[in-house]
Design a protein around this ligand. Sequence first.
Ligand SMILES: Nc1nc2c(c(=O)[nH]1)N(C=O)[C@@H](CNc1ccc(C(=O)N[C@@H](CCC(=O)O)C(=O)O)cc1)CN2
Ligand SMILES: Nc1nc2c(ncn2[C@@H]2O[C@H](COP(=O)(O)OP(=O)(O)OP(=O)(O)O)[C@@H](O)[C@H]2O)c(=O)[nH]1
Ligand SMILES: [Mg+2]
Length: 450
Amino acid sequence: MAQRDTIAAIATAPGAGGVGIVRLSGPRARAIGEAITARALTPRHAHHARFRDERGDTLDDGIALYFAAPASYTGEDVVELQAHGSPAVLHELLARCCTLGARHARPGEFSERAFLEGRLDLAQAEAVADLIAAGDARAARAARRALDGEFSRRVEALAESLMAIRIHVEAAIDFADEPLDTLGGAALRARCEALASALDDLLAAAERGRRLRDGLHAVIIGPPNAGKSSLLNALAGSERAIVTDIAGTTRDLLHEVVRIDGVELGLVDTAGLREGGDAIEREGMRRAHGELQRADLAIVVLDARDPQDGRSAVADAIVGVPRRLWLHNKADLLDVVAALPDDTAGDRHLSISVRTGAGLDALHACLRQLASAEGGDAVDGAFTARARHVDALRRAGDELAQARAQLDHEALDLAAEALRVAHDALGEITGRVRADDLLGRIFSSFCIGK
Ligand SMILES: Nc1nc2c(c(=O)[nH]1)N(C=O)[C@@H](CNc1ccc(C(=O)N[C@@H](CCC(=O)O)C(=O)O)cc1)CN2
Ligand SMILES: Nc1nc2c(ncn2[C@@H]2O[C@H](COP(=O)(O)OP(=O)(O)OP(=O)(O)O)[C@@H](O)[C@H]2O)c(=O)[nH]1
Ligand SMILES: [Mg+2]
């Protein structure tokens, strides 16, 4: 591999802090660190040193660390200059590193190098970013598990089983004159079935992991004036949205992230759904519909005095949304508030008054429960995943189904091709498993005898 250049970046968050770190990685890292500290750096020692500019003047004093390749985060030589967390000092230090031969790192480049050095696979490198971005403790724990390779190990175990199946099929192709059943066809089918079910399990776990990473995405909809924006404000704890008694107040989508007992929930307020309306309002309704396509939860706000009003427009809009919570708002205007049972479709129904706060505790509890259920329980070994991973697992499953159908028709070449594509799809997740390894593996594990 070509000699890489040396990269440098401020590793700590922007802004002032107690301590700030400039990190270097690459072949010149040590020389640059030693030039700035004017002393020899011993691997894995904390050196208290002065960081000096080109004239020898002190920029700051701090701790210098040197990690010798390959025992470092990136697998390359790494130096950290831990200074006082002053943006001015850190920028000067970084500029000094660049004068001495480093260049500014691109976003994610330290982790990219860790991947290229084989210290992390792709899914783990993505988990680093997901850990840093985690919105709550549950998502952080789950990202931590993905970073520890829990997801990758399961992908690689499936890839191993798939490899065994491919080897079997490729070997059978060499005896194409014989029926598959004399070549262990029954065992092969059993292996395929076991793999398909393991793939399904992992796909379900990855889908939960994706929702856990992204958080629960809830869209508030309902007829105009029902109190949707009032609800968003109540949940956000601030007057984010304009509230008036004029029907058609909200037009744009309004996004807000709220935390319910520490669990993150994305909320979107939308324009009231009704027939007609002016051009702006109609555009607002169109956007509301678009937002519902991505929703995990529809929070439907109705006027408790006339809950049938606008209900059919709402019912049309929420087709396909996995979960629904129906709120009969303005309960304060009713003489008698009847309890609302949950219905057979699993939808939840609550009677609330945003004005008086009645029912809001029950609403919080309900949202908390929905948000937690969405990602699965963090204690059960959940890991974060991304849409990219879910997509790859789905493609692998589809190809495996194809292969099984081809095997039933004794079309071994077609089955082999589908299995290869499935293997490639799995390989995309970790970036490590390579379907091309097959030939080497076949020749090393089989004596084909010709
Ligand atoms: N100061 C500092 N803190 C940090 C990081 C960092 O880069 N610098 N990290 C950056 O993300 C995270 C920790 N990740 C790290 C991962 C591996 C190694 C490392 O040196 N690994 C060597 C030695 C292992 C050992 O002795 O335990 C190795 O794996 O060979 C360092 C940090 C969080 N905290
Ligand atoms: N009495 C009573 N009034 C409420 C309650 N919640 C909201 N309102 C009032 O209902 C009116 C409409 O509230 P909004 O929150 O703007 O309603 P919306 O659903 O966002 O309306 P559009 O944006 O026009 O679709 C305002 O005057 C609110 O003060 C409630 O619980 N009780
Ligand atoms: Mg509104």
